[in-house]
Design a protein around this ligand. Structure first.
Ligand SMILES: Cc1cc2nc3c(=O)[nH]c(=O)nc-3n(C[C@H](O)[C@H](O)[C@H](O)COP(=O)(O)OP(=O)(O)OC[C@H]3O[C@@H](n4cnc5c(N)ncnc54)[C@H](O)[C@@H]3O)c2cc1C
Length: 401
């Protein structure tokens, strides 16, 4: 009987894991011994890094043709259980649950937004974590145009001044103007409990980020937390109440809940802690990748962050190793010493940094062009051409040159 590699998740890591596994199986002429399957609710790659944008078109391109070109079979459904001892997963579809055996399993189910227990937060806030949520926010913003002019209508509060919060907030003034009209006075406020917005990116980048916030007309409330949210606005830990119909929560991510079914150590974000092979240490035949894993990126003490930059490389290694494990070949160690960030800062431009110390390389218009290239080209699925796909699916392929 043929052996099975099952990849769960059609995101950046899952798509590349499936292709990379297929590449090795192809290289070793093992197509008659091994089948590769990818399971996900939809055969689409959601371009999550763009969900802060106003224009939500082409945000979930199909990967069916790419999978077909690589000889990966698609299974529609959600994994709801993993039995690491008997090497089975349960796949759920509407009105149907199926038990599927695997010889190697790759967990690539990503991450989700984390809501702490705060009064009204889940009921009254928005987020930009999934396409459905981004569309819900867009519908809400469009509907504000038919509401009477008021401070609450015109004010957007972004809770969390991390990368997602900054990109969401800096896009918002232009977005609100186009909805509420040129004569409107939209107000965008970032709330964060840090002393200064952007400090995590180092002094220099922080200075530039704050210049961009001022230029975009964005206010900040630092050193405070959100305490509660209701239909009229948000209350902060210093007692201030900000009237707002639009509170966007960007302050926290957690690994997909399936990670809790993988035996072995986990980090506080719920990620499975792994060595460079990406094999779950206490589960035979399970590999973890993308936002579900925490692993060293180099020998200098740096670890992957939840990002596509890391997910795309991790996927290639996890898929390769899943196939190598079955074929009794040596596993390839994950390593990704180069780290960059490219942060969109709305009308002002963007900032591009290199290294874990965030050395600023480009800013303003120059960085914005790179951001646009990343967002419209680099992170999209490849052309469905087997040779071309396999030529960039090797586990040591450098995603960010
Ligand atoms: C607004 C926003 C901005 C971002 N900006 C950046 C940025 O500028 N740069 C950057 O590098 N990163 C950015 N990120 C982070 C980046 O999007 C993630 O780190 C990346 O998507 C992780 O890839 P992944 O493959 O691990 O998971 P995902 O891309 O989330 O894919 C997970 C897949 O698993 C599927 N799935 C989920 N549950 C199941 C299940 N039970 N069974 C089967 N399938 C399942 C999902 O449908 C999906 O196909 C941003 C994220 C957001 C939300």
């Amino acid at each position: 009987m043929k052996k099975r590699i099952i990849v769960a998740g059609a995101g950046f890591s899952g798509m590349w894991a499936a292709i990379s596994a297929a590449r090795l199986v192809h290289l070793k002429n093992a197509e008659n011994q091994i089948d590769i399957f990818l399971v996900s609710p939809e055969p689409k790659l959601t371009i999550r890094p763009r969900l802060y944008e106003a224009e939500l078109t082409n945000m979930a391109p199909s990967i069916l043709e790419v999978l077909q070109a690589a000889n990966v079979k698609y299974i529609s459904g959600s994994v709801i259980d993993i039995d690491a001892i008997n090497k089975t997963i349960t796949v759920e579809k509407p009105n149907e649950k199926t038990l599927v055996n695997y010889d190697a399993f790759v967990l690539a189910t990503g991450s989700r937004v984390f809501y702490p227990e705060l009064e009204g937060l889940k009921e009254y806030s928005f987020n930009v974590n999934s396409l459905t949520q981004a569309q819900r926010l867009e519908k809400h913003l469009l509907a504000l145009a038919s509401e009477p002019d008021s401070a609450a209508r015109n004010t957007v509060v972004v809770a969390g001044g991390g990368l997602t919060g900054l990109e969401t907030a800096t896009e918002m003034p232009e977005r609100l103007k186009s909805i509420l009209g040129d004569r409107s006075h939209p107000q965008v406020i970032i709330v964060d409990n840090a002393k200064k917005i952007g400090l995590a990116m180092g002094e220099k980048a922080c200075e530039i980020i704050n210049e961009a916030l001022v230029s975009n007309g964005i206010s900040v409330r630092t050193g405070v937390r959100v305490v509660s949210v209701d239909e009229h606005g948000v209350t902060l830990s210093d007692g201030e109440f900000i009237p707002s119909k639009t509170v966007i929560w960007t302050a926290g991510m957690r690994a997909n809940e399936l990670t809790s079914l993988i035996p072995g150590p986990h980090d506080p974000l719920g990620r499975v802690i792994s060595d460079s092979t990406l094999r779950a240490s206490d589960a035979n035949g399970i590999f973890v990748t993308g936002d579900t894993v925490k692993v060293a990126t180099d020998d200098e003490g740096n670890f992957n962050v939840m990002s596509c930059q890391h997910a795309m490389s991790l996927g290639r290694v996890a898929g390769h190793n899943a196939a190598a494990d079955i074929l009794n070949l040596p596993l390839h160690p994950y390593s990704q010493p180069k780290y960059v960030t490219c942060l969109d800062l709305g009308k002002w431009g963007a900032i591009f940094t290199e290294g874990w110390e965030h050395q600023v390389i480009y800013q303003g218009e120059e960085a914005k062009k790179i951001k646009q290239e990343i967002n419209t080209l680099w992170i999209y699925p490849p052309e469905p051409d087997r040779e071309k796909i396999f030529s960039v699916a090797n586990p040591d392929y450098v995603v960010v040159p």
